[in-house]
Design a protein around this ligand. Structure first.
Ligand code: SF4
Length: 190
C-alpha cells in the first residue's frame, strides 16, 4: 500500500556545529564513565580471609539430610531387579532413600557375587518408592484376588486353560478383591 505520509523534514546542521555537538557528547560520556569507574575502585578493608565468615547457611543443608535411623530393604515393585535400598528415617517417616554400595559383598543361593561396578543400582522409581507408602492410594489392608483365593482353596490345581478361565487368571483387572483378614479371620468383599 502506498504511504501518504509527508516526507520527513530535513534538518540542516552546519558541519562545524555538528562536530562541536559530537565533541560535547563525547566529553559528557567520558565524564559519566569516569564517575562509574570510581564505584569500581577496590575497597581496602583488610584481609577478607582473616575475617569470620558466617556459615549459618550450611545448617539448612545439614538439617535437610539429617536422619534418626536407617534400614535396608529390597525393592521389588513387580520387576525382577530386587535392588537393595537404604531408607533414611526421621521422626518415624522414611524421608529419603539412598544406595547401600554393598552389592559386591553378598551372594545369591549359589554363591554368585556381583561386581563392585553394580553400585549404585537403583532407578528413580526405587528411590522414590517410599512416597507410594505414604500416598493416598497406598495399600492399607492385605488383600487377595477373589479368583486366586478360590484357586488356593481348591488346592492349587494345575493351571490348565480351563482352570485359568475358572479362577479368572485370564480376566486380570476384572476380578474382585477381598480383605484377607479382619480380626477374626473374616473375609470381607470390598
Ligand atoms: S530400584 Fe528400580 S530397578 Fe531396582 S527393584 Fe526397584 S524399581 Fe526395580
Amino acid at each position: 500500500m502506498k504511504s501518504h505520509r509527508p516526507p520527513a523534514a530535513r534538518i540542516e546542521i552546519p558541519r562545524r556545529q555538528f562536530l562541536q555537538f559530537l565533541g560535547v557528547g563525547a566529553a559528557v560520556s567520558l565524564s559519566g564513565l569516569q564517575a562509574a569507574c570510581t564505584l569500581l575502585q577496590p575497597v581496602d578493608d583488610g584481609n577478607p580471609l582473616a575475617r569470620k565468615v558466617s556459615r549459618e547457611w550450611e545448617k539448612i543443608y545439614h538439617d535437610q539430610y539429617r536422619y534418626d535411623s536407617s534400614f535396608d530393604w529390597v525393592c521389588s515393585p513387580n520387576d525382577t531387579h530386587a535392588c537393595r535400598i537404604r531408607a533414611y528415617v526421621r521422626n518415624g517417616i522414611v524421608v529419603r532413600s539412598g544406595a547401600t554400595y554393598d552389592y559386591q559383598k553378598y551372594a545369591d543361593l549359589y554363591g554368585n557375587h556381583a561386581s563392585i561396578n553394580w553400585n549404585p543400582r537403583q532407578c528413580a522409581k526405587g528411590y522414590t518408592f517410599h512416597r507410594v507408602l505414604y500416598g493416598p492410594y497406598r495399600l492399607r489392608h492385605p488383600i487377595v484376588r477373589k479368583g486366586w483365593k478360590a484357586w488356593a482353596e481348591a488346592g492349587f490345581p494345575e493351571l490348565t486353560a480351563e482352570n485359568k478361565d475358572k479362577f479368572l487368571f485370564t480376566h486380570r483387572g476384572e476380578d474382585k478383591f477381598l480383605f484377607t483378614h479382619r480380626g477374626d479371620d473374616e473375609f470381607i468383599q470390598i
